[in-house]
Design a protein around this ligand. Structure first.
Ligand SMILES: Cc1cc2nc3c(=O)[nH]c(=O)nc-3n(C[C@H](O)[C@H](O)[C@H](O)COP(=O)(O)O)c2cc1C
Length: 384
């Protein structure tokens, strides 16, 4: 079936449109995950193992969807997790996501592997911005990234802690995906089948990892896989003392992205973290690891009074957001829920997917008898 933007009513619709619009290797880089993709599937299916128990007759003609997280008040409880290489998915890349997130009054997470500079994003939007930090072996690069994020007025820093080595993303091995894509006979065939994408990639603005350019050759045009990038460029000796030093260098709200155990969450409190993102990197790293929704209640019960808890990953519906918050999450974030839409239709796509999800959250709150999100509680969830 030939799909258009106006046919996209949910995340899966955007996924299918993205599949239609992108060369196969690029689509599978977004859509794929590690090993047998068991964790990736569980991240979403975990939400199906419990049910919401609504209250009625609650007078819900207006509902307040705002939440406070990482020092900012967001208009909706869902924000855009940091993701790499966005200009590969749509030529407007981070510019499109920044403007869409701004319209919805929510955090825009910007990756260390961004294809638009932090300075440009800082000038473009005044709404909340999170910088996602990868701890590189090159300390000069690390310092420069923190300085750029501060200078660009970023509100929060998230240190990713679940990419100490590259996950085994077998779809990328099958397709030969590298960044930037290599020009081989196979990739040229795939480009030819997607002329709109290929035109922008081949003749548009140069593809570059903006914060890395000038520090590492991977910042410009050497094609390597993302797994190889993690394994060769990031510092595998990173430990709690490095996280603490980074926290001290960053004087605003600070978050560890990829914390799953209660023990680590307690250490996050000890080093002064504001929040943790309960995440397995969208199933792209350790296959067989626990899903964020399966783990969030345990973390909220243990440390929820001392640490903000952001559930990251698997979210495809408004009810997933409400279930996460009922289980104890302060806020919720996701990657693919907006990346498919970016690939499908740029800024208009991201606005439509965030609009769909906002409408779902509002409708679901009304159907749950919730005037505000602070009224949601674990008693509204029943596990089967
Ligand atoms: C294509 C893609 C690129 C990503 N790039 C990054 C990144 O650069 N840094 C990071 O911390 N997480 C990255 N992530 C992980 C996301 O921040 C987030 O944890 C994940 O997408 C959540 O799962 P979901 O896609 O099911 O929402 C990436 C995810 C995807 C799908």
């Amino acid at each position: 079936m030939f799909r258009r933007l106006k046919d996209c009513h949910n995340v899966e619709d955007f996924r299918l449109l993205a599949k239609q619009r992108l060369p196969g290797p690029v689509f599978h880089y977004i859509d794929g995950a590690a090993d047998d993709e068991i964790t990736y599937r569980r991240n979403t299916s975990a939400f199906e193992d419990c049910d919401l128990v609504p209250n009625v007759l609650a007078g819900v003609e207006t509902v307040d969807m705002s939440v406070k997280v990482l020092g900012q008040t967001l208009d909706i409880p869902l924000f855009c997790s940091p993701t790499a290489l966005q200009r590969l998915f749509h030529h407007d890349g981070e510019r499109a996501v920044a403007r869409a997130a701004a319209k919805f009054g929510t955090y825009f997470g910007v990756s260390s592997l961004s294809t638009v500079s932090l300075a440009e994003i800082g000038e473009m939007i005044t709404t909340p911005k999170m910088f996602q930090f990868y701890f590189h072996k090159d300390r000069g690069l690390n310092d420069a990234m923190v300085d750029s994020a501060k200078a660009a007025g970023f509100n929060a820093l998230a240190l990713t802690v679940d990419t100490i080595t590259g996950g085994n993303r077998e779809r990328d091995l099958h397709t030969g995906f590298t960044t930037p894509p290599k020009l081989t006979a196979r990739s040229l065939f795939s480009f030819a089948a997607h002329p709109a994408w290929a035109f922008h990639f081949l003749f548009g603005e140069k593809f570059e990892l903006k914060e890395l350019a000038g520090h590492v050759k991977e910042g410009s045009n050497l094609a390597i896989s993302v797994g190889d990038y993690f394994s060769s460029m990031l510092d595998q000796s990173m430990d709690w003392s490095d996280a603490e030093a980074l926290r001290a260098r960053w004087d605003g709200p600070f978050c560890l992205k990829g914390v799953m155990s209660v023990e680590d969450a307690k250490r996050a409190i000890d080093i002064g973290a504001t929040a943790i993102m309960v995440s397995n990197h969208g199933g792209r790293q350790l296959d067989g690891s626990r899903a964020p929704f399966d783990q969030v209640a345990e973390l909220a019960d243990a440390v929820g009074d001392q640490l903000e808890i952001i559930l990251d990953g698997g979210v495809r519906r408004g009810t997933h957001v409400l279930k996460a918050m009922a289980a104890g999450a302060t806020a919720v974030s996701g990657g693919r829920m907006y990346l498919y839409a970016l690939a499908a239709a740029g800024q208009a796509g991201v606005e439509r997917t965030l609009g769909n999800l906002r409408t779902e959250i509002e409708r679901d709150m009304k159907l749950m008898g919730l005037k505000r999100l602070s009224d949601i509680n674990a008693g509204m969830l029943r596990y089967r």
